[in-house]
Design a protein around this ligand. Structure first.
Ligand code: PEP
Ligand code: MN
Length: 338
């Protein structure tokens, strides 16, 4: 449940509610707005009777939340959350495009992509150093050497870095290099990893698992929020369906649905969502039209030679074309592309 305090409630009134919640064996999460304080009750609040809180002084209302997620809900925060990634704001008016290779392969490849995407207007570069590959025989990523190359690219270009962490034991290392830490689709349900990421002071890009419902997706975000990390960006990257023409089915329905149910920003990954480079530009346009706060796009200087996901990678020329084509769409829906 959520407790909304009256605008005239004093700090003492708020403290009284917080203490009562704790006496009841639950945790409270306080959110201080400009006009009023809102308190989220965390834990199994079915044991609490509404009036136990509603009758305390200067409580305006107590809203039972039937949805299993609380801190991720629009009821908890009505205004859109904006997540700051090294000075780049995700979730505001700007549509933020994050682009780069699927995997960091070597310095030359990474610098070629970095130069190309930066010239096209990008400020956040993706690149995997720890790769969750389907086959154990496939390239698994350069690990920390890859992170070092990403840090070098950031130093030379000013691009912020988004990269994936797969295991709790690597969280500290990855957080030392990344501006935005990615949780891949396969790990969306890894609650231990989410709990470790809740404790770092870096924003998290949470990708939807290919079989996750909207509720499950937001519950994973709730692990991060309730553990103390408010800087969460969601990412739709396609789900498994009977469709085999594309690698996944990009579920653009989820973009406006998330906007209605949650305050968290959501971006779209049309590269993994389609698995086909020729579909990436049209689906990027569609994602922005649907209200996405950004894109995550794979770009490679020579897709035929890529160590991973070459079929869905855009060449730098195609990526420039993407940036050109999304601008008028963003304008049409009241957004801008930097
Ligand atoms: C990726 O972004 O490189 C990746 C592995 O994506 P996903 O976790 O969505 O499959
Ligand atoms: Mn990939």
């Amino acid at each position: 449940m959520i407790v909304v305090m009256e605008p005239r409630a004093t700090d003492e009134d708020v403290q009284r509610v917080l203490s009562r919640i704790e006496e009841l064996g639950l945790k409270a999460h306080r959110s201080q707005g400009v006009e009023r304080t809102i308190i989220g009750v965390i834990g199994d609040d079915r044991i609490v009777k509404r009036e136990q809180l509603a009758l305390l002084p200067h409580v305006e209302s107590v809203i039972p939340i039937l949805k299993p997620y609380k801190l991720a809900s629009r009821e908890f925060r009505s205004r859109d959350s904006v997540v700051d990634v090294g000075g780049v704001r995700v979730g505001g008016k700007e549509v933020v495009v994050m682009a780069g290779p699927c995997s960091v392969e070597n310095e030359e490849q990474l610098m070629r992509v970095a130069t190309a995407v930066r010239a096209a207007g990008v400020r956040l570069m993706r690149g995997g150093a720890y790769k969750p590959r389907t086959s154990p025989y496939s390239f698994q990523g350069l690990g920390e050497d890859g992170l070092k190359l990403l840090a070098k690219a950031r130093k030379e270009t000013g691009l912020r870095i988004v990269t994936e962490v797969m295991e709790s034991c690597d969280v500290e290392t990855v957080a030392g290099y990344a501006d935005l830490i990615q949780v891949g689709a396969r790990n969306m349900h890894n609650t231990k990893l989410l709990r470790s990421l809740a404790k770092v002071q870096k924003p998290v890009l949470l990708k939807r698992n290919f079989a996750a419902t909207l509720n499950e997706f937001l519950m994973s975000a709730e692990y991060l929020l309730s553990g103390g990390n408010e800087h969460v960006i969601l990412c739709e990257r396609g789900i498994r369906t009977f469709v085999d023409y594309t690698r996944n089915t990009l579920d653009l329905n989820i973009v406006p649905a998330v906007k209605q149910l949650s305050h968290l920003p959501i971006i779209v990954d049309p590269s993994h969502g389609t698995g086909r480079h020729e579909l990436v530009i049209p689906m990027s346009r569609a994602a922005i039209a649907a209200g996405a706060d950004g894109l995550l796009v794979e770009v490679h200087p020579n897709p035929a030679e890529a160590y991973s996901d070459g079929e869905q990678a855009l060449t730098p020329a195609l990526f420039r074309q993407l940036m050109k084509e999304i601008r008028p769409i963003a304008t049409a829906v009241g957004r801008v592309v930097a």
